[in-house]
Design a binder for this molecule. Sequence first.
Ligand code: FEO
Length: 169
Amino acid sequence: MNERVHQLLNEQINKEFYSAYLYLDFSNYFKARGLDGFANWYKIQAEEERDHAMLFYTYLQNESMPVTLFAIAKPDKEIKVDMDVLKGGLAHEKLVTESINTIYAAAYEARDFRTMQFLDWFVKEQGEEETNATDLITKMELFGSDPRGLYLLNQELAARVYSAPSLVL
Ligand code: FEO
């Protein structure tokens, strides 16, 4: 495997685990606020991020490439109001999309078609994650300032259940 592609894939393991950590922090914030539905939504998001990390980890191992694990940084988003979390989530997903695109471009340059095919799933996934984060902001803007609206939105988010990624390696 091309050295730069390998390095970027390896770094992505850390970025995905960091995402899981960030979403756990968000979940923790909402749990303390008493909004269990929001806490549930972000906890499941954290589980999905852990799955993403494991997919990169397994992909490198399947390709017989060494994996190096680095320290996971402390979640760095400052939260003053609920909306900081929602907007922080969207901003973070946009960064991850950039990161996936960078790996894709490197794989394309190296004519590493197998890695491109592996990354296709993540390209689609990032589109979905940005849409979900945007939809949540829209709903919060529409209903979040009314206690009854917030209560119903919290109930809606409580219904989210974990499902394993559709990509299996
Ligand atoms: Fe692993 Fe939210 O992207």
